[in-house]
Design a protein around this ligand. Structure first.
Ligand SMILES: Nc1ncnc2c1ncn2[C@@H]1O[C@H](COP(=O)(O)OP(=O)(O)OP(=O)(O)O)[C@@H](O)[C@H]1O
Ligand SMILES: [Mg+2]
Length: 293
C-alpha cells in the first residue's frame, strides 16, 4: 500500500473506511481487505506475482487492471485461497481481512468470512437450470426460506435469469451465464465479490448492463467489489479506485478519475475499440514502458 493510496482515499472521501495505517498517521480501522507484498509461485518454480499490495475499503468498488498474463487472476486466487488446486503458493506477504491474517486460511473458511470469487470464464453447471445452479451455490445453512429470498434477490437484479430459470444453463447466452456466475456468488451472502473479467467476450452493451447491476449490488447490498478487468474503460466507469498490474507487479494506482485522465492509460487501455487490447496492442504496450519506470 502506497502513500498515494492513503492520500487519494483521504482526499476523495470516496471510501467509508479508508485503509492504510502507518507511522505518524492516526489509527484507523483496518480495511476490509489488505493485500500486502504478496508473492505467488506456481509449481515451486514459476514466480507469477511479486510484492503485490492493494486494498479494498469497506463498501468500495476497486478495479484491478492489466493485460494478459499480468497476474490479475493469480492475485484474486491468493485472496480467495484457490491457488492450491493450481499448485500455486503464497510464498511471501500477507492477505488480511478486517485486520485478521487469512493468508493460510482454507477457501471454505474464507467463503464463511464473506469472500466470494467468480472465476474467469463464467463457470456454471451446464446441465442444471439457472435456478438449480443458484440453489446448489447457497451455503448450507439449512434455511430454505433464506435460500428462497436469496434466489429472489438474484432474480431481482438479473431479470433475464428469472425469464430463463427453467432452461439448461448450458443454453444461456454468454452474458446470461456471466449473470448466473455472479448470482451464484451472491448466494453465499458475500461481503466482498472478486470478479475475474466479467466482460470477457461480451458485447459492450451487455458489459455496461452487467457492470451497472454490479454497481447496484454494491450500493444496495453494501457488497464491496474487487473487479479484475482488461476492459479498463468499463471498469473505471464503476470503480472508485484502480490498480494497474504488469509482469506480476502493481505498476500504478490511483482514483478512477485520475487513472482515466492519465495519457498513458488512455493510449493503451482506453484508446480505440472499446478498450479491448489485442495481442498486437499488448506487445506494443510492452515495448513502451517509459511511464512504468
Ligand atoms: N496454474 C498455473 N501454473 C503455472 N503458471 C501459471 C498458472 N496460472 C497462471 N500462471 C502464470 O502466471 C502468470 C500470471 O497469470 P494470471 O492468470 O494471473 O494472469 P492474468 O493477469 O489473469 O491474465 P489474463 O488476463 O490472461 O487472464 C502468467 O505468466 C501465467 O502463465
Ligand atoms: Mg486472468
Amino acid at each position: 500500500m502506497t502513500d498515494t493510496v492513503a492520500r487519494a482515499h483521504e482526499a476523495g472521501k470516496t471510501f467509508a473506511n479508508p485503509g492504510v495505517s502507518g507511522a505518524g498517521q492516526a489509527a484507523r480501522p483496518a480495511p476490509l481487505l489488505a493485500v500486502h507484498n504478496v508473492e505467488v509461485i506456481y509449481d515451486k518454480v514459476f514466480l507469477a506475482i511479486k510484492g503485490v499490495s492493494l486494498e479494498v475499503p469497506e463498501g468500495a468498488i476497486v478495479a484491478l487492471l492489466g493485460s494478459n498474463g499480468a497476474g490479475k487472476s493469480t492475485t484474486l486466487k491468493a485472496i480467495s485461497g484457490l491457488l492450491g488446486p493450481e499448485r500455486g503458493q503464497v510464498t511471501k506477504g500477507t492477505v488480511r481481512w478486517r485486520g485478521q491474517d487469512i493468508t493460510r486460511l482454507s477457501p471454505p473458511a474464507r467463503v464463511r468470512l464473506g469472500i466470494a470469487q467468480v472465476l474467469e470464464g463464467r463457470r456454471v453447471f451446464e446441465h442444471l437450470t439457472p435456478e438449480e445452479n443458484l440453489i446448489a451455490a447457497s451455503t448450507p445453512i439449512g434455511n430454505a426460506r433464506r435460500v428462497r429470498e436469496l434466489v429472489q434477490m438474484v432474480y431481482d437484479y438479473f431479470p433475464r435469469l428469472y425469464e430463463r430459470r427453467n432452461a439448461k444453463a448450458g443454453y444461456l447466452s454468454g452474458g446470461e451465464q456471466q449473470m448466473l456466475a455472479i448470482g451464484r456468488a451472491l448466494m453465499a451472502e458475500p461481503r466482498l465479490l472478486l470478479l475475474d473479467e466479467p466482460s470477457l467476450g461480451l458485447a459492450p452493451v451487455l458489459v455496461e448492463e452487467i457492470f451497472r447491476i454490479v454497481q447496484r449490488i454494491n450500493q444496495e447490498q453494501g457488497v464491496s467489489v474487487l473487479l479484475v478487468e482488461q476492459n479498463a474503460r468499463a471498469a473505471l466507469d464503476v470503480a472508485s479506485y484502480g490498480y494497474l498490474m504488469e509482469d506480476g507487479r502493481v505498476r500504478m494506482d490511483g482514483p478512477a478519475e485520475v487513472l482515466k485522465a492519465n495519457p498513458d492509460i488512455q493510449e493503451f487501455y482506453l484508446g480505440g475499440g472499446a478498450g479491448r487490447t489485442s495481442y498486437r496492442d499488448v506487445k506494443h504496450y510492452r515495448r513502451r514502458k517509459r511511464w512504468l519506470a
